[in-house]
Ligand binder design. Structure first.
Ligand code: ZN
Length: 302
């Protein structure tokens, strides 16, 4: 290694150490994280787009210039006080199951001159374990409707993988409770995109498939992470696009849904059979995530 390179490396290491110390102590000077956590935090922030991906490798991480603003941005997205400090709440946040799609994307990834294609199809080529396929098909149909009810787009299942707008798979995304699912970020403009569900989750027992599926389809339809259904972290009780956040954003891309023909009147159903108290319906809510779609998405979309 040349002398100049050695000097630059040493200087860079010093900056990293300074960042480590500042972060460990919290920017206010309070000890808040274990040493092994710090590099993981930097990796996390880089992976989800808050920091440049090569920052850690270059050894140029600065607590005040890089880490604090990145942490504050993450905290803001999660509705935490944007202190920029790695406090206990923020560390807990980093451990939550979440969507693997990035929180921050470069503008060049979002711009595309190709026109939107409103009539889209999705082909399920991989089913998650322990849930009947017919049930999963019905869930995906519901997920499609969740977006079609609030935006002028059409999305339906197809059995033909070739030519499908979206391919849905199931594969191991790193074990239970980490990354739940992931999806290329649209909106679809003619290039087939992919959605992965984690095969290692306890679907519909610990993790709600409709909630995760609808969130991931939001990415396919062009939404980034925000604070409604499209929040990146696992949450319970949320499976529909939210008026305060998701719906205005999806309609900004696709427009409001066009009213279809009035459906024919349906016969009055019989009174429902009372449900025994022990059969109370159990809702589980989730959010989503993924890992290796980062690089794949960049390659595919740019
Ligand atoms: Zn997501």
């Amino acid at each position: 290694m040349a002398r100049r390179e050695r000097r630059e490396t040493a200087e860079a290491a010093e900056v990293v150490d300074q960042a480590r110390v500042s972060t460990l102590m919290g920017l206010s000077g309070e000890f808040q994280a274990a040493p092994s956590d710090v590099e993981q935090v930097i990796e996390y922030l880089s992976f989800y787009g808050y920091l440049p991906s090569n920052l850690l490798a270059l050894g140029t991480v600065s607590a005040s210039t890089h880490l604090s603003p990145a942490i504050a941005q993450l905290q803001s997205l999660a509705n935490l006080p944007p202190t920029g400090e790695l406090d206990a709440l923020t560390i807990e946040l980093l451990r939550q199951p979440r969507c693997g799609c990035p929180d921050v994307l470069s503008l060049e990834l979002l711009s595309d001159p190709q026109p939107l294609i409103r009539e889209m199809t999705a082909c399920v080529i991989g089913y998650v374990p322990n849930v009947p396929k017919s049930v999963q098909d019905d869930i995906w149909d519901t997920c499609f409707r969740n977006w079609m009810e609030v935006a002028d787009l059409k999305l339906k299942r197809t059995l033909q993988q070739a030519g499908a707008s979206l391919v849905i798979t199931s594969r191991n995304l790193g074990g239970p409770s980490g990354v739940l699912a992931q999806c290329h970020v649209g909106p679809y403009r003619g290039q087939q995109l992919q959605l992965d569900m984690d095969s290692s989750e306890g679907w519909n027992t610990e993790v709600g498939m409709e909630e995760v599926g609808t969130h991931e389809l939001g990415h396919f339809c062009g939404l980034m992470h925000s604070k409604g259904l499209m929040a990146p972290f696992y949450r319970q009780g949320l499976s529909k696009p939210q008026q305060v956040d998701d719906i205005p954003r999806i309609q900004a891309i696709w427009g409001k849904p066009v009213a279809g023909p009035t459906p024919p009147p349906q016969p009055t159903p019989p009174d429902p059979t009372p449900v025994p108290s022990g059969f109370a319906k159990h809702f589980v809510q989730v959010e989503v995530v993924c890992k290796d779609l980062h690089s794949a998405k960049v390659v595919n979309i740019t």
